[in-house]
Design a protein around this ligand. Structure first.
Ligand SMILES: [Zn+2]
Length: 538
């Protein structure tokens, strides 16, 4: 047993803190490695969470049943109260939610509502979201397009699965009495009654082919949870609230990504967007009509008073640093290019190397160069060749052509431009030397985005007032918020991703972290309803 100081509010002991590395278990249980127990002084908050064996659901002692979803110990051994040593043993009070395919147990002691330390609005300071209700909606949505045997989903933009997901969330929006509007690119906005521009949150519910249940979905469903919490409290706000679902954020079926929010802010004409052709050959406008989500609300859409998006980090920083909330300062710039190299298809045995025009060689050299370039430019430059297709793609044939993608990202625009320039030079030189022809098609290009200082500071202050650890950080992934930032004061709230995993069915964020993120979203939105932005706008 190890005794340590507990975050300045007393002494607690962690029982059985056998340390392990990150769990790498197979299948859908991999995430359930956290357990929260210990002995703490009354009023204490979250404790360290030793790991346990998720394969068996038993902890290191081998004799206690543990809920693999929440990490709560299910026997009565820890249901003890205040001891005569003045220390308080955590009881595990459970809220049960029975889902058709699973039972959720949320422990209200492992994930207590933190007490605000500084607030000037007594009417709203005690408001907290209902994590069981949020987890239930996340599970229901994840069931649509569920990838068999996993916790993840596949709802590519404007497919039947996307339609079913939209239908479900729109039903929830209408159940809350919200006014639901759908615009020409299929963005859905649900708004509470009231005067003036709304404080808006939102995200996306389309997924990549191997999607998790939190990416995007969390931002939308936490938005509904915020609205339901405020409605139930009866608190009257100065402004309406709105939650948006933006079409095709992922770009996995129709490029570019963040397409719906780009059209929403007026930076891609609707007609042009509707003509975009999917990787499967479908035309965006046809697919939108087919699933019944080509709406009549105008684009560009109404400019919100402010926008804040809750999203999982999709990276490892918060987890590694043991910080609960990220106050996101901006999004790194993204440059996507598709390159096609054409050469001379020929016999792999009879064609001497010196006489070849080999697009496969050029593509491979470029993939290697992208890695070297990123290393040379240094952090935070990253570069990826994620897709290569050879034709005819046969073992004994020098390819006739190679098509590949290049993804370059940086938080600094000048360095990103430099990376693009140097890659372009290398590509042309290498192709020339090999006697090949090159065509390049830009797939997406977004400059780095800096969010609004006032909203970043608000997110940071709100998190810390609620008792959560918080740090400022950039986003490594693109988000709808970067489009909204072009028209209104904007920032984002990050919550951690276990093992930094995303775009993977094993993507996982613990209930306590979902709860923390949604509570920060709630109180950030509440504060934004009374904040004025005299110099708001472009
Ligand atoms: Zn996302």
């Amino acid at each position: 047993m190890e005794i340590s100081d507990g975050e300045g509010f007393g002494i607690f002991a962690d029982v059985n803190t056998k340390a392990r590395g990150p769990s790498r278990h197979r299948g859908s249980n991999h995430f359930a490695h956290r357990v929260c127990y210990g002995i703490g002084r009354a009023g204490g908050r979250r404790r360290k969470r030793p790991e346990l064996d998720v394969e068996t659901g038993l902890d290191d002692g081998g004799d206690r049943r543990v809920d693999v979803r929440t990490g709560c110990i299910l026997d009565e051994g820890f249901d003890e109260e205040l001891g005569n040593d003045g220390l308080f043993r955590l009881r595990h009070d459970r809220q049960q939610y029975i889902h058709p395919t699973a039972a959720f147990t949320i422990c209200t002691n492992c994930y207590p509502d933190p007490v605000p330390t500084d607030t000037n609005d007594l009417a709203t300071s005690g408001l907290r979201i209902d994590i069981a209700r949020l987890a239930a909606r996340l599970a229901d949505l994840a069931d649509i397009g569920r990838i068999e045997g996993t916790e993840g989903s596949c709802r590519l933009a404007l497919t039947d699965e996307d339609r079913a997901g939209r239908d479900l969330v729109v039903t929830w929006m209408r159940d809350l009495g919200l006014a639901v509007s759908i615009d020409g690119i299929g963005n859905i906005v649900a708004q509470t009654p009231g005067e003036g521009a709304p404080v808006m949150c939102g995200s996306h519910i389309d997924t990549v082919r191997t999607g998790g249940r939190y990416d995007g979905n969390l931002g939308v469903l936490a938005g509904l949870e915020v609205i339901e919490t405020i409605q139930a409290s009866g608190v009257q706000l100065d402004r309406p609230l709105a939650v948006g679902i933006f079409t095709d954020e992922e770009g996995a079926r129709f490029a570019p990504d963040m397409l719906g929010s780009l059209v929403y802010v007026g930076d891609l004409p609707l007609e042009e967007a509707l003509d975009i052709v999917a990787i499967d050959g479908a035309v965006l406008g046809d697919e939108l009509d087919r699933i019944g989500y080509g709406g009549t609300a105008p684009v560009p859409g109404q400019v919100p008073h402010a926008y804040v998006e809750l999203h999982i980090e999709q990276g490892p920083v918060l987890e590694v640093e043991g910080v609960t909330i990220g106050a996101v300062e901006g999004v790194q710039g993204i440059s996507w290019t598709e390159v096609t190299v054409a050469g001379q298809s020929n016999h792999a045995g009879t064609t001497p190397i010196a006489l070849r025009k080999d697009p496969g060689y050029v593509a491979a050299a470029c993939a290697t160069f992208v890695r070297e370039l990123a290393l040379e430019l240094g952090h935070p430059q990253v570069g990826t060749v994620g897709r290569i297709e050879f034709k005819p793609n046969l073992v004994n044939v020098v390819p006739a052509s190679a098509t590949f993608t290049v993804d370059l990202r940086n938080t600094d625009e000048a360095t990103l431009v430099e990376a693009e320039r140097r890659f372009g030079e290398f590509l042309r030189r290498t192709a020339d030397d090999e006697g090949c022809q090159v065509t390049t098609t830009p797939l997406a290009r977004f400059a780095p985005v800096t969010f609004d200082d006032r909203v970043i500071a608000l997110v940071e202050g709100t998190a810390s007032n609620l008792g959560y650890s918080v740090r400022r950080m950039p986003s490594g992934a693109g988000h709808d918020a970067q489009m909204l930032a072009r028209v209104c004061p904007t920032a984002m709230v990050f919550t951690n991703s276990v093992n930094g995993l995303s775009h993977n069915p094993a993507e996982y964020t613990a209930p306590g972290d979902l709860q923390a993120g949604a509570n920060v979203l709630l109180h950030t939105m509440l504060a934004l309803t009374t904040m004025s932005f005299a110099d708001a706008g472009r």
